[in-house]
Design a protein around this ligand. Structure first.
Ligand code: CTP
Ligand code: MG
Length: 549
């Protein structure tokens, strides 16, 4: 494995090819000078680690920029054989365009970011509410629009249709191909990261979706903010992950110190309810109704108000995102920032987390349905804890850097395959184990609300499954260490072998199983001999096995 460690520094050519195809170059006269779009198609500095680069900006700065960018953006449902050039020319009547891309999800969509917010208002003033012949439309002016072709000359032949940006992860077949052709396990870890991490376009679409929901919520609560949190912003999101967002009313609540100088204090007249929880339930209930009745593209709205953390769950059909909307969730935003910081400390953190998340998904340790399973968030905290506890700590010498990335995965499995879950709790605040305060099978302390266990839902059997799989996986990686992988081999190896769904035979594992089986057969033969010759059991067993061996 001469190339081990090299993957840390290289970029996947396939990935960069895909990206450069997707990013559409804007004719100069449509773009605004001095903005990112002026260099569109060239290397763009990602703002939030959505690329395999270590993010350099502060979390709050990134969120602010993304929010502002989303406010200048519109989502347009278009015919898929639209003439891209004419489309851009038509839109640029409202002002210069900074960036655009197309994608498919229950239809063909364009995301168009103008340079100025005014252009959005101008475009909206031109749009009208459709006249339905059989149904009745509820008028709602949003930034989610429909484009109709009046003139067939705006159509182009199918083969010249605009390129679309891919919003979903690759098929398992494609993934296994990519992994098998990697040069080392380290290379596989980074391939997995590059293949699954959120793309620039996907990140934009997530912020745009929050911004569109904010417009709807603002109808009730002017001045509110919808903030994304969780894996959409913490740099650990996999393509296809849900979109967690919360309604932030702090801007409305905040006392305006400057304007309240003097002898008088002016307050808003408000309604009072007995508790904060009831207030949350009432607010989410009304927003849920609003999304259900008037929210363009919002379907399957469920109000889950009796949960510990009340939420509204819905699908945003146009973006394809499964959304969870909560309120008053600034602690979760802090956790997202903490993970963002950890992800930016060392590029191996994200590579390791992605591999562990994919491994857990392949073995059904995690699920998109709520239940007694380990969540991706818990897994990420476990990886961080492991990196805090391992010796030497995460920043190694240059010499050890070479083989460290692939070693980490094996060590992670060994570490948690042997962790004393029965008595210890995981505490990343202090970076050490602690006695468990209760009898939950898995106890991971919430770093910001220390009395809470983030994995309270996990059952004993799910934890046991995790431990067993971790031990098996450590064993598989141990075998890889002993042999050279053959990149052209059709046989899944390294990470690919770990990601095989349950029940799929892995050559080394079946060897192990075969070995165990032959031990059992030997034992059985020994006991048969023992009963036929009537020799004392222990002594005979040993002799019988030694003669067989
Ligand atoms: N969270 C928390 N405590 C929990 C569960 C979740 O604080 N017990 C917060 C974390 O900040 C987490 C966010 O809520 O990142 C969203 O939760 P979830 O969607 O379950 O996890 P993600 O990190 O978003 O991962 P995934 O990609 O699976 O959605
Ligand atoms: Mg999530």
């Amino acid at each position: 494995m001469a190339a081990r460690g090299v993957g840390l520094l290289t970029r996947l050519p396939l990935h960069s090819q895909r990206r450069s195809r997707v990013q559409r170059s804007i004719p100069r006269h449509f773009s605004c000078p001095g903005t990112v779009a002026a260099n569109f198609g060239s290397e763009e500095q990602p703002l939030d680690g959505s690329e395999d680069k270590i993010p350099k900006k502060r979390f709050s700065e990134v969120q602010k920029e993304r929010r502002e960018q989303a406010q200048r953006t519109v989502l347009i449902h278009c015919p898929n054989n639209i003439n891209e050039k004419k489309f851009l020319k038509y839109l640029s009547q409202h002002g210069p365009i900074n960036k655009h891309f197309f994608y498919e999800s229950f239809g063909f969509y364009a995301v168009v970011e103008f340079c100025q917010k005014d252009s959005v208002n101008s475009l909206q003033s031109e749009a009208h509410t459709p006249n339905m012949s059989t149904e009745s439309a509820i008028p709602f002016k949003s930034r989610f629009l429909n484009l109709k072709l009046k003139n067939l000359s705006n159509k182009i032949p199918e083969q010249l249709c605009a390129q679309t940006s891919n919003q979903s992860p690759p098929s398992s077949k494609k993934l296994f191909e990519l992994l098998n052709y990697a040069e080392s396990i380290d290379d596989q870890l980074h391939t997995l990261l590059k293949t699954f991490q959120l793309t620039e376009e996907n990140v934009r679409l997530r912020h745009l979706t929050c911004s569109l929901i904010e417009d709807i919520a603002a109808a009730y609560f002017p001045g509110c903010v919808i903030r994304p949190f969780g894996s959409s912003v913490n740099t650990f999101g996999k393509l296809g992950c849900d979109l967690d967002m919360f309604l932030d009313l702090d801007e409305i609540r905040k006392p305006n110190v400057h304007k309240n100088a003097g002898n008088f204090l002016m307050e808003f007249q408000v309604k009072n309810v007995p508790s904060e929880r009831i207030a949350t339930q009432k607010i989410l209930s009304v927003i849920g109704e609003c999304l259900d009745n008037f929210g363009p593209g919002c379907v399957g709205v469920q109000k889950i108000l009796n949960a510990r953390c009340p939420l509204v769950r819905f699908s945003h059909q146009a973006s394809g995102f499964q959304c969870d909307l909560t309120t008053n969730n600034s602690i979760a935003l802090k956790s997202s920032e903490l993970l963002y910081i950890y992800g930016s400390l060392d590029s191996r953190v994200r590579a390791l987390v992605f591999s562990v998340r994919c491994w857990a998904r392949a073995h059904s340790l995690t699920s998109s349905i709520p239940g007694a399973w380990i969540t991706n968030f818990s897994l990420t905290v476990m990886v961080i804890f492991f990196l805090q506890r391992r010796s030497p700590p995460i920043l190694p010498t240059l010499d050890s850097l070479k083989s460290l990335a692939e070693l980490l995965l094996k060590e992670f499995f060994e570490y948690f395959g042997n962790f004393a879950f029965n008595k210890n709790s995981i505490n990343i605040r202090q970076g050490r184990e602690q006695n468990k305060p209760d009898s939950s099978p898995l106890h991971i302390q919430n770093p910001f609300e220390t009395s809470l266990n983030i994995s309270k839902n996990v059952s004993q059997s799910q934890l046991q499954k995790f431990v067993d799989l971790a031990r098996d996986s450590a064993w598989i990686l141990e075998q890889e260490d002993k042999g050279q992988p053959s990149p052209s081999s059709k046989q899944p190896w390294g990470l690919a072998a770990l990601l095989l769904p349950p029940g799929t035979a892995y050559p080394s594992l079946s060897k192990k199983k075969k070995k165990l089986m032959s031990e059992k057969v030997k034992g059985l033969l020994a006991s048969i001999k023992s009963s036929s010759t009537d020799i004392s059991k222990g002594t005979h067993g040993k002799r019988a096995i030694s003669t067989q061996a």
